[in-house]
Design a binder for this molecule. Structure first.
Ligand code: NDP
Length: 335
């Protein structure tokens, strides 16, 4: 049973040496007296929030040094002693980074019923990042047809979806990303109206003014820092900012300050944070909306897949240098 161990709390950017790959020998069956399930891991998801669990100022949800890494993933029930789960059932939820896991409280997982779409999608478009994009955009941003929408980290797991949901609503959508390859995707695959490469156009205020001569109604915030400051200068009255995350801040000892917050007052802007698990109870409604979009080809989804647990740490830390093109997935087993 291959496993990934979190070595110790991290300062600055995480490195490969912060993780240890080990192999533990375990019997492939449930322990005596278990009422849970034995899961076989199929796909693991690399998510930016995992960096926060590594922080040297730990919270109750942090990883413990020298213990198994965990995160969202897709698994198959290999053996069950639980009345609600049968061998072969598919689930997604919080999994340990190992090939097989004993779980005593499988009720916490969401069952997967639709297998006509790639199973790995339940780490992304049909899983936690999809729920984030869907409810963050519709519920927090209250978009209206014709509005001007800006998305940062636009080619990523969440951003690519927000942009396409914006287009389906009839909005004008602009995205930013750091490489030419990502910019191409935004324009040619996801149908963004305009794009800019923030590495090639470091004057973010000028780039936003060029893309939004009339200003921004909705900003879907994934990045924070200088990007947020530049966006604030370009927001229209009564604009909305959904604060999904601020990845540019996660590896800093101290967050950069935001200087233009007074514009929230002058422009009567609503800025609101939210968390995906707040919406997990609406999963059925979410799937009802999202599955037809996928099946009818109205939304496409790009994944960046590496294979094997041993590739996981490199993929995970790559999120913070923009190495991933689309949703970063670690494929462990296909069945
Ligand atoms: P992505 O798939 O977008 O991967 C991360 C991307 O962030 C990178 O590819 C890179 O894109 C960009 N990035 C990394 N470092 C920086 C930096 N210093 N400055 C600017 N951009 C950077 O990740 P997700 O879509 O999964 O997550 C996007 C955001 O949403 C994150 O902030 C995350 O924390 C948040 N989130 C919040 C949730 C919630 O419940 N509120 C749930 C899920 C995600 P590029 O190459 O273009 O720079």
């Amino acid at each position: 049973n291959k496993q990934v161990i979190f070595r110790d709390y991290v300062n600055g950017f995480p490195k490969e040496s912060d993780f240890i790959i080990t192999t533990a020998t375990i019997p492939l069956k449930l322990p005596q007296g278990s009422n849970g399930v034995l899961l076989k891991t199929l796909y693991l998801s690399c998510d930016p929030f995992m960096r926060m669990l590594m922080d040297s100022q730990p919270s109750s949800f942090s990883y413990s040094p020298a213990s198994l890494l965990f995160g969202y993933g897709v698994a198959k029930v290999f053996e069950s002693a639980h009345s609600d789960f049968n061998k072969g059932d598919l689930v997604w939820g919080m999994l340990k980074w190992e090939e097989y896991s004993v779980v005593e409280d499988p009720e916490k997982f969401i069952k997967i019923h639709h297998t006509d779409v790639p199973l790995s999608y339940y780490t992304g478009i049909l899983g936690m990042p999809g729920i984030t994009a869907y409810f963050g955009f519709h519920d927090i941003c209250s978009p209206k047809k014709g509005e001007y929408v800006f998305v940062s980290a636009a080619s990523g797991a969440v951003g690519q979806l927000v942009g396409q949901l914006g287009k389906l609503m009839g909005c004008y959508v602009v995205g930013s990303a750091r490489s030419r390859e990502k910019i191409e995707l935004l324009k040619n695959k996801f149908g963004f109206d305009d794009v800019f490469n923030y590495k090639e156009e470091p004057d973010l205020n000028a780039a936003l003014k060029r893309c939004f001569p009339e200003g921004i109604d909705i900003y879907f915030e994934n990045v924070g820092g200088k990007t947020l400051d530049a966006v604030l200068l370009n927001m229209r009255p009564h604009g909305r900012i959904a604060v999904c995350g601020m990845i540019s801040q996660y590896n800093l000892d101290q967050s950069e300050g935001v200087h233009n917050l007074m514009l929230l007052v002058r422009q009567r802007i609503r800025m609101e944070g939210f968390r995906a698990p707040d919406y997990f109870h609406l999963n059925a409604k979410f799937l009802e909306a999202m599955l037809p979009y996928i099946r009818e080809g109205k939304i496409s989804y790009v994944e960046d897949t590496v294979h094997g647990l041993e590739s996981g740490p490199t993929a995970l830390i790559g999120l913070f240098s923009g190495r991933n093109i689309g949703k970063q997935v670690v494929a462990i087993s296909t069945e």
